[in-house]
Design a protein around this ligand. Structure first.
Ligand code: 3PG
Length: 306
């Protein structure tokens, strides 16, 4: 029996777990759920027999991959695969896939939710502002960015985007104004929503130079990755620009400094919540299960990223 390990430190919703289990049972696979584990050592011990693995933001580092001597495939149930060491996976002949688009709506809804939360002063009873008629800049127009644009239009926002990797016509087809430079996006918008992946080109790319271009009172929304922010620069921006605000689904490493000094100008989720809905868990979890079966039985490597 093929052994599958679903290693999710942050568990899927119970309904998703049930459906993932059902897919593997029907295929005659032996599926184990390894949830809420407390450290990398436990993770390493758990992967020993796994031939296939589903993970979320779990840290699939070289030690994990070396311990998983039977592993053929790992599917990251989600979009970003920066938590999987692709080099070590390839070296160990392990195929890595993601499930693009499956949790995008959940993340997009949260991005708008965070904008409302900041616009209404953290629901503290004071008078806030509205999103309607404000300019929203979408930094990277992938699956999430596209949905953020769609929802923002429902709020009556004026939507702009910067993404050198997506054809201008494709973005314009959504009635979104394409900007040619990232600097322009940051300087004209009231809200900027980040949707760039974390990789060698983007890590710490959101820096003082870029953030200092934002309008007075502007809000940066991050439902992408904390690694893309230059944290020292961000702190300086908070000091130098007294109306700058930052809401993020991924808390900065030094979150207490931000929260102590600027409690009304920032918010951080206690744990990344963007994809944490039953629907997103079902979509991404089921897609991951099917991708594993299709790969092992038919050699289908759609969504392979290494
Ligand atoms: C993703 O890259 O898909 C999101 O960041 C979701 O991450 P999560 O599965 O850890 O919630």
């Amino acid at each position: 029996m093929t052994k599958v390990l679903v290693a999710t430190e942050k568990p899927f919703a119970a309904t998703a777990v049930k459906q993932i289990k059902g897919i593997f049972e029907d295929a005659g696979y032996d599926c184990t759920f390894f949830e809420k584990y407390s450290g990398q050592d436990e993770f390493i011990a758990a992967v020993k027999d796994a031939e296939a693995m589903i993970v979320r933001s779990d840290n699939v580092n070289p030690e994990v991959l070396n311990a998983a001597t039977n592993l053929k495939i790992v599917v990251r149930a989600g979009a970003g695969f920066d938590n999987v060491n692709l080099e070590a996976a390839t070296k160990n002949n392990v195929v890595v896939m993601n499930t693009p688009g499956q949790n995008s709506n959940a993340v997009a809804e949260l991005a708008l939710g965070m904008m409302v939360y900041q616009a209404r002063n953290h629901f503290n009873g004071t008078s806030g502002t509205e999103l309607c008629c404000k300019k929203l800049g979408i930094h990277a127009y992938g699956n999430v960015g596209k949905l953020v644009a769609k929802i923002a239009k429902g709020f009556g926002m004026e939507v702009f985007a910067f993404d050198p990797f997506v054809a201008k016509e494709k973005i314009e087809a959504d009635e979104v104004t394409v900007l040619d430079t990232v600097e322009e996006l940051y300087s004209i918008c009231d809200y900027v929503s980040l949707h760039i992946p974390s990789n060698e080109h983007t890590i710490m790319s959101i820096n003082y130079d870029l953030l200092s271009k934002m309008k007075p009172g502007a809000v940066l929304v991050n439902t992408a990755r904390k690694e893309v922010i230059n944290e020292d620069d961000m702190l300086k921006i908070f000091e130098d620009f007294s109306t700058f605000k930052y809401v993020s689904d991924i808390a900065p490493t030094n979150k207490d400094i931000f929260l102590d000094k600027y409690p009304n100008r920032c918010f951080f989720s206690p744990k990344k919540m963007g994809a944490q809905t039953a629907e997103a868990n079902i979509n991404a979890g089921k897609a991951a299960a099917h991708q594993i079966i299709n790969f092992l039985e038919k050699g289908d490597s759609t969504f392979k990223v290494n």
